[in-house]
Design a protein around this ligand. Structure first.
Ligand SMILES: O=C(CO)[C@H](O)[C@H](O)COP(=O)(O)O
Length: 223
């Protein structure tokens, strides 16, 4: 992973923001650079309202004095800038490495222009080298793991510092190895139908654009 590539992608993404818009703020080390930059733009007089995708991002936005909006009080979000763990040529994504996939997907689902920012390590031919994060209700975690195994997915319960990792919604995450995925859209549909799965990290038809840093260049992929 390359910090300068992430920063270059983030700095390009923020140029799409316009005065008065509602902006979704992603989570993770690439989104960090975009949030930082939005903070500077606000300081210089830009008037926007932001909807953070995690508690971590909310704290960062508050520290930068970025005005926040309540997602329940907006009908749509103009632009969201978020990272990804992998993206392919159809702009299908794996997200959730940072554990924020549920709020990220909710925000993406009501966003008009979803801009994904990435360094070049995130670009893949086939999704799946990165394990697919699946957020589950704790009560259902073993039952869901068995269902995933029937789909040839090897699920490992996410831990952090020796404790079971808890999401912002106090759910668990199963990191699931499906191998390289031939048809991410079909797999996403299967995951959508498992009882006990709250959400999963396959983002299909949600990204409008991926801005990818590679060396000193940024490349824009659009649908
Ligand atoms: O989905 C995410 C968090 O839930 C992140 O966007 C994803 O994990 C990429 O993170 P980073 O920019 O730190 O590589």
């Amino acid at each position: 992973m390359n910090e300068q590539e992430k920063k270059n992608a983030a700095l390009k993404a923020v140029t799409y923001i316009k005065e008065g818009q509602i902006i979704g703020l992603g989570t993770g080390s690439t989104a960090y650079f975009a949030i930082q930059s939005v903070g500077e733009m606000v300081k210089e007089g830009l008037t926007i309202k932001a909807i953070p995708t995690s508690e971590e991002t909310k704290k960062m936005a508050a520290a930068l004095a970025i005005p926040l909006a309540d997602i329940n009080e907006v009908t749509a979000i103009d632009i969201t800038i978020d990272g990804a763990d992998e993206f392919d040529s159809k702009l299908q994504l794996i997200k959730g490495g940072g554990g924020a996939l549920l709020r990220e997907k909710i925000v993406a689902s009501i966003t008009q222009q979803q801009i994904i920012i990435a360094d070049s390590s995130k670009q893949v031919e086939k999704l799946g080298a990165f394990k697919v994060p699946v957020e589950v209700i704790p009560f259902a975690s073993n039952a869901v793991a068995r269902k995933l195994s029937a789909l040839n997915g090897r699920a490992v319960l996410r831990n952090r510092n020796g404790q079971v990792y808890l999401t912002d919604q106090h759910n668990y995450i199963l990191d699931v190895d499906f191998g390289l995925i031939d048809d991410p859209a079909a797999l996403a549909k299967e995951l959508d139908h498992i009882t006990g799965v709250v959400e999963h990290g396959l983002f299909i038809d949600l990204a409008s654009m991926v801005i990818c840093g590679k060396g000193n260049v940024v490349t824009i992929y659009q649908r």
